[in-house]
Design a protein around this ligand. Structure first.
Ligand code: NZQ
Ligand code: ZN
Length: 384
């Protein structure tokens, strides 16, 4: 097991009716910014519950954060934060709204020339406004991590920053808020959580049996609970289990001491940046082909997954690994997720060339062994 350090200061309030606790978490003396997306929170009653909890508090609002939050939109919110001396940002909505809140929080305290610096790899965030959230979409795990992914249409770049300074102070998770999710977003969330777990689990063994059990258990739970929520959107227990999977899927706890991958996400972000695919859709297209491409070096973990998650009895690792990849794609298709670029009318050859150019410019060496170069990504996408 590799060395690790873990720090996670986020208070989690999980369960039915928890939004009513919001006022006890906020400081009346602080000026708050209530941040939300395109309006789902106004349709499903979440905004109303939040507004009720905020009665008597001093707050302003900023709505219109888009899925795959845009840098330019975030910068408009930063102007408002500065103009109104906002001291706390409350994100209400999906991962995009929360990621935007984290960026806005860091940009409000940024003192250099170009706030886009925050999203570049070399920059370290020195300070940020405090952030809290009512999260309404189980997918990103943003409610318990320090990550934020920001897109910029003008440059065609979608990139992430990571900082301890933007860990949410608290996250309120009421699974009932997810009853209103469109099927597409429920499926996106299941796939995103599945792939987060895969990227932390499916590398090579460094003797972490406990972590492996947690991660394989999460995959089994998703396979069991996902279809229940799809069949019955108001199945509270299924929604609750899926949400907790999503949160644990990327609070980085399960994989402490393990070797990680993240190539599927990096390549997927390129597809979203070029073609506007949903984050979950991009991952479902790339993961099976990436696993196929890297099957040899991942075969031990893939074979363990095949046996533990899918009950495969094949004793030869490489053969079992192939079955695992097939079963994963079959699960994605079973819950209604498409897994090929052609399903979205995208030409795989063209997409592969676009991504190769972008990744080559950054001279990437992705994956747990740095084996996924721009040329490897080209092969993976061309086969997708
Ligand atoms: O914008 P509104 O109107 O709120 O509607 C949203 C949006 O259209 C809707 N929605 C959210 N909750 C709902 C709901 N509709 C009905 N009922 C609800 N309860 O769903 C749509 C998608 O929302 P979005 O926030 O974009 O989805 P998600 O949570 O999947 O976030 C995706 C973004 O997170 C990034 C992705 O790249 C993408 O930009 N990621 C963030 C990560 C992180 N912070 O750790 C890690 C992930 O790997 C990912 O990269
Ligand atoms: Zn993701």
């Amino acid at each position: 097991m590799n060395n690790f350090e873990y720090y996670r200061p986020t208070r989690i309030l999980f369960g039915k009716g928890m939004i009513s606790q919001l006022s006890s978490l906020l400081d009346k003396a602080q000026k708050i910014l209530l941040l939300y997306g395109g309006g789902s929170v106004k349709k499903n009653g979440v905004y109303e519950q939040v507004a009720k909890a905020l009665e008597g508090y001093n707050y302003s609002e900023f709505g219109g954060i888009e899925p795959n939050p845009e840098y330019e939109t975030c910068m408009k919110a930063v102007e408002l934060v500065k103009r109104e001396n906002i001291e706390f940002i409350l994100a209400v909505g999906g991962g995009s709204t929360l990621d935007a809140a984290k960026f806005i929080a860091a940009a409000a305290k940024y003192e250099g020339k170009d706030p886009y610096d925050i999203i570049t790899e070399e920059y370290e965030v020195k300070d940020a406004l405090p952030v809290g959230d009512v999260i309404t979409l189980p997918a990103t795990g943003s409610e318990m991590n320090g990550n934020s992914v920001i897109s910029r249409a003008s440059t065609g770049r979608k990139a992430a920053f990571v900082s301890e300074k933007v860990y949410p102070e608290f996250s309120i998770i009421d699974p009932q808020t997810t009853f209103s999710l469109p099927v597409r977003q429920t499926v996106n969330g299941i796939v995103d959580t599945f792939v987060h777990t895969m990227e932390q689990y499916c590398t090579y063994d460094v003797n972490t049996p406990l972590q492996d059990e947690w991660m394989l258990g999460l995959l089994r739970t998703l396979i069991q609970e996902g279809p229940k929520a799809l069949a019955k959107p108001e199945d509270y227990d299924a929604r609750a289990n899926i949400f907790w999977c999503a949160t644990c899927g990327l609070n980085h706890f399960m994989s402490l001491g393990c070797v990680q991958d993240w190539a599927t996400h990096q390549i997927g972000h390129e597809l979203t940046a070029f073609y506007g695919l949903d984050h979950g859709q991009s991952l479902a297209i790339i993961l099976p082909r990436l696993l196929q491409n890297q099957k040899l070096s991942k075969s031990e973990k893939l074979a363990k997954l095949a046996r533990n998650v899918f009950g495969v009895e094949e004793s030869v690792d490489l053969k079992a690994a192939g079955v695992a990849i097939y079963k994963i794609e079959e699960f994605f298709n079973f819950i209604g997720m498409k897994t090929h670029l052609a399903d979205y009318g995208i030409d795989a050859g063209e997409a592969a060339e676009q991504a190769r150019k972008a990744l080559a410019m950054r001279n990437v060496k992705l994956g747990e062994k740095g084996a996924v170069t721009a040329d490897t990504a080209f092969e993976i996408i061309r086969n997708s």
